[in-house]
Ligand binder design. Structure first.
Ligand code: NAI
Length: 272
């Protein structure tokens, strides 16, 4: 049951691929909380067909866009304003992809054209999205823009590869654009740093199952799942967080502030 936290608000959700996607859960929760939304993903993701079901269920138009393409992003904002009947109140960037990870290239054997793509898709697209929105004056005053990130931006995790660099850039863009957007339009920009989550993108990361298990034991509250992440996103889109901007917000059951938990000690002793 919703709490009407987003009643009357208009939003755009980028990056719902299938039921496991964090963006999928955010779309469902946002509508449950009273928002009207549009959905966007690449033409290739749309061909996979699963998004149609969500679109019908939520009565949300799908506007295809490659998030590295500025003209297509502009189209998403223009069409969303038309369909939803006014300026946009919240935007979710839930997009990530590394061709190097996909092709199993090690961090000390990167293909640099792949690295360009990783950074473009997973980080620069956030800048492109906000620059397109700001130039069109598409986001309402007090609007809230979020991107999803991971703690590998600050600390090194084996297997995270060039996505770590992409996430560091993504978080930096959130701060830099957050200043400019806040100053000029009172729009806030934040990143949510989420626990490992078993989605399509998550499962692409090397050693994900071990990391998932490790993080679960290293977090006093355990790992946060996609639905819980969606709940946090809704709060960040709502008017309850009007003065929060330029922050990287950890949503990880406490993982980021732990050194060693008893659960890990016991696990280690058992295996010795
Ligand atoms: P997902 O695979 O469901 O979502 C990734 C989305 O990115 C897909 O919908 C895909 O179509 C889209 N995408 C890829 N290339 C694109 C492009 N050129 N233009 C537009 N969209 C494109 O996986 P998930 O886990 O829901 O990922 C969402 C976000 O959450 C990503 O930024 C990811 O890095 C982040 N995240 C995920 C964690 C995890 O463990 N799954 C942990 C922390 C953050």
């Amino acid at each position: 049951m919703g709490h009407n936290l987003l009643k009357g608000k208009r939003g755009i959700i980028f990056g719902a691929l299938n039921e496991k996607s964090i963006a999928w859960k955010v779309a469902e929760k946002a509508v449950e909380e009273g928002a009207t939304i549009t959905l966007s993903n690449t033409a290739m993701a749309l061909r996979m067909g699963e998004l149609n079901g969500l679109s019908e269920k939520l009565n949300a138009k799908i506007i295809p866009a490659d998030a590295t393409n500025v003209e297509e992003l502009e189209e998403v904002f223009k069409q969303s304003m038309e369909v939803l009947g006014g300026k946009i109140d919240f935007v979710l960037h839930s997009i990530g992809m590394s061709p190097n990870v996909r092709k199993g290239r090690a961090y000390d054997d990167l293909d640099y054209r792949n690295l360009d793509k990783t950074l473009d898709i997973s980080a620069l697209s956030f800048h492109k999205m906000m620059q397109a929105a700001k130039k069109l004056d598409a986001v309402a005053e007090g609007g809230s823009i979020l991107a999803l990130t991971h703690i590998a931006a600050q600390r090194t995790f084996t297997g995270y590869n060039d996505m770590a660099d992409a996430k560091a850039l993504l978080e930096s863009i959130a701060r830099s654009f957050g200043y400019v957007y806040g100053r000029d339009k009172k729009v806030r920009v934040n990143t949510i740093s989420q626990s490992p989550t078993l989605t399509t993108a998550g499962q692409g990361i090397g050693g994900m199952n071990a990391f998932f298990d490790f993080a679960e034991k290293m977090s006093p509250l355990g790992n946060a799942n996609a639905e819980e992440c969606a709940e946090y996103c809704v709060v960040m889109f709502s008017d309850l967080t009007r003065m929060v901007t330029m922050q990287n917000l950890f949503h990880d059951g406490g993982f980021s502030n732990m050194g060693l938990t008893q659960a890990i000690v016991e696990d280690y002793i058992e295996k010795k």
